[in-house]
Write a protein that binds this ligand. Structure first.
Ligand code: LLP
Length: 420
């Protein structure tokens, strides 16, 4: 869906320069067709599982609406994500409200919305029961279990280690369910787990499913029939090459583990998955304009997107492929370090990149920026957030306008006495 036509990057049928003329830079550009391809591939390989779209990966309403229309459920992690999910049309009974630190307001909003909860602590369990009684509602819950599994990924995105802040340790999980059975207005119907993100090896997922069935087996002994086992997301993509997720490499081992697990228990829970990155990362390119090129210790290309726009390289040393969007066919001539405009030395988008000769006012394309891209952006250094665009064939839509300088002050008030 990204191609070079006469050396100019096209997203589907659209010349990137047409977009930039309307939105300025930086701008996130998403291919609708690529989202649809990813969904098709996921459905083909994971026909034994029900997918919830992980809203945290990309909460652009138009993107979310595509997943809602395709019948996905939604994994939401805050009252804001809950609101966005309802607005974009996800069915309430297929929304799971996750999170390790939910406020009373968030719990009440989730209960009023009629969604299911992933419960991360006993404090949260008691609060849900109490607020649900006040509201006169029944709430379906799953406990988030901490399975103590090492997913072989970046430590900052490992979530199921025994040292992790998420979930209830598997050794205490039975007691948690026993307590839930005694409380009013809550009904345990599932188990929830998520071991981390950008995981390439399927083995930790297999181990995770086995641990969930071990718990499901014990839960049956205390009279709990499960409707779903939610193994979370985490399927990694190939950032080095094409940005795709090899769904097939996960699907068969997981199908086998799931079918084997079902033989151990009486009830027939559905398997839920919560993919984010694998569905949306490779669909989006970040276009940024070159402000300066200079020879220093390194050969620096300074662009107008920085870690305020795309945090992943600075935060996780993440690798994103970079090309010169208006010189796609020119031969590689130099090795560059691509930096942003932020006043920090860590504001580097890519190191040692082999690119054609880059000049001021060229455009760089940073690939696989659809997951944890815009959503992790900020206004640091007084820089408004950029626009987002969805390309559909030969048309494109601005799905989020760029912020303006006025947005930097939109919520600020200078105390009146300071004007005296
Ligand atoms: N479910 C739960 C409960 C999660 O915590 C996450 C991600 C997902 C699903 C989706 O995982 P995915 O399929 O996207 O791997 N900002 C980091 C990633 C943080 C992931 C947090 N949880 C990054 O840019 O790599």
């Amino acid at each position: 869906m990204f191609s070079s036509r006469n050396g100019i990057l096209h997203v589907e049928e659209v010349d990137f320069r047409e977009i930039v003329k309307k939105t300025g830079t930086p701008v996130y550009v998403t291919s609708k067709r690529l989202i649809e391809e990813n969904i098709k591939e996921l459905r083909k390989r994971f026909d034994f599982a029900f997918p919830l779209y992980a809203v945290k990966a990309n909460n652009n309403l138009t993107v979310m609406k595509i997943f809602a229309n395709e019948g996905f459920g939604a994994d939401v992690f805050s009252i804001g994500e809950l609101y966005l999910a309802l607005l974009s049309g996800f069915k309430r009974d297929a929304v799971l409200f996750n999170g390790n630190s939910k406020s009373d307001d968030e719990i009440r909003a989730g209960i009023r919305a009629g969604v299911k909860f992933s419960v991360d602590s006993m404090d949260e369990l008691y609060a849900i029961s109490e607020i649900a009684s006040q509201e006169g509602e029944e709430v379906e819950i799953a406990f988030r279990v901490n399975p103590d599994i090492s997913p072989e990924t970046h430590p900052k995105i490992s979530t199921g280690l025994k040292t992790s802040k998420f979930g209830i340790p598997s050794g205490r999980i039975l007691d948690a369910y026993r307590t839930a059975l005694k409380l009013s207005n809550v009904t345990p119907t599932g188990i929830h787990c998520h071991i981390g993100s950008q995981i390439i090896n399927p083995d930790p997922f297999v181990e995770e499913i086995e641990k969930m069935f071990e718990i499901a087996f014990q839960l049956e002994n205390i009279g709990i029939d499960l409707e779903f086992l939610d193994m979370g997301g985490g399927f990694g993509i190939d950032y080095q090459n094409d940005g795709k997720c090899r769904f097939e490499s996960f699907a068969e081992p997981l199908r086998e583990a799931f079918e084997k697990g079902l033989e151990r228990i009486e009830s027939k829970p559905d398997l839920w998955i919560e993919p984010g990155r694998s569905l949306i990362a490779n669909t989006t390119v970040l276009i940024t304009r070159v402000n300066s090129v200079k020879k220093s210790y390194y050969n620096f290309v300074a662009v107008d997107a920085g870690f305020n726009t795309l945090l992943r390289p600075a935060m996780y040393d993440a690798y994103h492929r970079i090309a010169v969007a208006n010189k796609m066919d020119e031969k590689v001539e130099e090795i560059y370090t691509v930096t942003g405009p932020i006043c920090e030395s860590g504001d580097i988008l890519g190191r040692d990149r082999r690119l054609p000769r880059v000049e001021r006012n060229d455009y760089l394309a940073i690939f696989d920026a659809g997951a944890y891209g815009f959503v992790m952006g900020s206004q640091y250094n007084g820089r408004p957030r950029c626009a987002e665009v969805l390309v559909d064939g030969s048309e494109f839509h601005i799905t989020r306008e760029a912020e303006s300088i006025a947005d930097l002050v939109a919520k600020q008030r200078i105390p009146e006495e300071m004007f005296r």
